[in-house]
Design a protein around this ligand. Structure first.
Ligand SMILES: NC(=O)C1=CN([C@@H]2O[C@H](COP(=O)(O)OP(=O)(O)OC[C@H]3O[C@@H](n4cnc5c(N)ncnc54)[C@H](OP(=O)(O)O)[C@@H]3O)[C@@H](O)[C@H]2O)C=CC1
Ligand SMILES: CC(C)=CCC[C@@H](C)[C@H]1CC=C2C3=C(CC[C@@]21C)[C@@]1(C)CC[C@H](O)C(C)(C)[C@@H]1CC3
Length: 425
């Protein structure tokens, strides 16, 4: 038996550290977050658009279900599964697993985005009423939530048939509720089809931009042309999704793929949370049009540009450094050695703050909300949630890095004292 699987075997339900509030979190989050998705969609289209309005704008039972929504959702997932297995693009290897092997992943997410774009343009050309996505938003979200639950149950059950080295270290506590929530199996696959990698970037992320386009088309139906605010939100978020798919290979080294199991948290995050809450600004703009001056628009475009620059440059610098530290673009950067043999960057972007990529991401998040004006808090939901998510994620990553790099990590923290915001945090 390999040493790491021995470690896994030796961990009992008591010594595996629990995240997201442990069992209580695992019980409450799967109830609370799906309700939050439905609540936020309803608030975004209500005239008041206030999260505090009494009575809250709850959907009626008829509004919750539409068979067309289920057909569209399953068809969409099937289309992307088909595109995933098409022999397009290159095949890359992931990081070395605990059993010493490396999995292969198709890098064809950007192709899927482009093909989806062409298909949508064809549908629009044929007169398909894409604006009806606005009316279908609640039933689509209900179906995505239901699919997330069923899929997570499947993932939990199948995880009992895989060898111990295929389980995530943090998802094997023995507490069924917690393990279902956090995910037992690290890289669940059907043959060569990697379920976690597929869900992380394809149906949800591309679905998000399609929903945005639907909101834009609804605006065209209602007012004859899309507003500047709507076009900015659509373009910024399309850039973000296109960037993620263009740099798909980099996802293979993220915490989600390398470390986290695939359970309800990620399944729901990928299939329901991202597509139905990340684009709330566009849904809001359909019912609450905003006038935007040219100066306002130029300032917001500049903010998104700066955010994107910081996000992309810092992520690319680290990816390049991890892939080939002798590459001319990173070879001159100052680094510190660690006992693992890996080095840590202490200059360049990673010498500014310990998470420059989070800083850039947050600047972009703010730029996505500003086109919606200052009259409501709802369009700022994403920035608020994302700040909390990234602060929590930073703390998780910090714990893992301290465990991995020990004293070298403490030296890095002394050299680069701020985590995300220079001189603030
Ligand atoms: N829109 C969204 O909902 C979300 C977006 N994101 C974005 O995803 C991107 C990736 O984020 P995430 O996966 O959290 O983590 P990061 O890309 O920040 O990676 C963290 C890892 O980088 C390595 N590292 C840290 N510091 C250094 C250093 N100084 N030198 C070299 N390597 C270092 C460590 O891994 P090691 O040493 O093992 O290589 C560490 O575990 C970010 O841009 C983030 O904003 C993330 C979550 C949600
Ligand atoms: C509240 C809740 C259910 C949280 C679950 C968290 C997930 C929504 C996020 C965890 C990490 C993510 C990443 C992206 C999307 C959101 C989730 C799944 C990401 C694909 C977005 C695009 C980026 O460019 C990225 C590829 C770096 C990023 C990876 C992490």
């Amino acid at each position: 038996m390999k040493p790491n699987s021995q470690v896994l075997k030796n961990r009992s339900s008591h010594d595996t550290e629990r995240e997201f509030g442990g069992t209580l979190g695992a019980l409450c989050i799967p109830i609370f977050l799906p309700l939050t998705v439905l609540f936020l969609i309803c608030v975004s289209r209500s005239p008041e658009a206030s999260v505090l309005q009494i009575p809250p704008p709850l959907p009626s039972t008829e509004q919750l279900w539409d068979p067309l929504a289920l057909v569209l959702l399953l068809g969409w997932i099937a289309l992307h599964a088909l595109l995933y297995v098409m022999p397009l693009g290159k095949v890359s290897e992931g990081l070395v697993l605990r059993d010493g092997t490396r999995l292969k992943y198709p890098i064809n997410g950007f192709h899927s985005l482009c093909i989806s774009g062409v298909l949508l343009m064809l549908l629009l050309g044929l007169g398909a009423p894409l604006g009806c996505l606005f009316e279908l938003l609640v039933p689509l979200a209900v179906c995505a939530i239901a699919v997330s639950f069923l899929f997570s149950v499947y993932l939990y059950i199948r995880s009992f048939w895989v060898p111990s080295h295929a389980l995530a270290l943090g998802g094997n506590t023995g507490n069924p509720l917690y393990d279902f929530f956090i995910g037992r199996e690290l890289n669940p696959r059907i043959g060569k089809f990697d379920l976690k990698y597929f869900c992380e970037l394809r149906p949800g992320l591309i679905g998000w931009v399609v929903i945005n386009l639907g909101m834009l088309m609804k605006e065209v139906e209602l007012r004859g042309s899309p507003s500047l605010a709507m076009m900015l939100v659509n373009s910024f978020q399309l850039l973000y999704v296109a960037d993620a798919l263009w740099n798909e290979e980099a996802v293979l080294t993220t915490m989600d793929i390398v470390h986290d199991g695939f359970g309800f948290m990620l399944v729901f995050g990928d299939l329901a949370w991202v597509p139905f809450t990340y684009g709330l600004q566009a849904a809001f703009l359909v019912v609450h049009p905003q006038a935007l001056s040219s100066l306002g628009a130029a300032t917001i475009i500049a903010l998104n540009g700066i955010g994107y620059y910081v996000f992309r440059k810092s992520n690319s610098q680290k990816n390049q450094f991890r892939r080939d530290p002798t590459h001319p673009s990173v070879a001159r950067l100052e680094t510190i050695a660690t006992a693992t043999g890996k080095r840590l960057l202490v200059s360049g972007w990673w010498g500014l703050v310990r998470h420059p990529n989070y800083l850039g991401d947050l600047l972009m998040a703010l730029a996505w909300s500003l086109p919606c004006g200052f009259s409501h808090i709802l369009p700022y939901f994403y920035v608020i949630y994302f700040t909390i998510l990234l602060i929590h994620r930073e703390a998780r990553d910090e714990r893992q890095c301290r465990a991995k790099y020990g004293l070298a990590w403490d030296t890095y923290c002394r050299r680069v004292p701020y985590r995300i915001f220079p001189y603030i945090y």
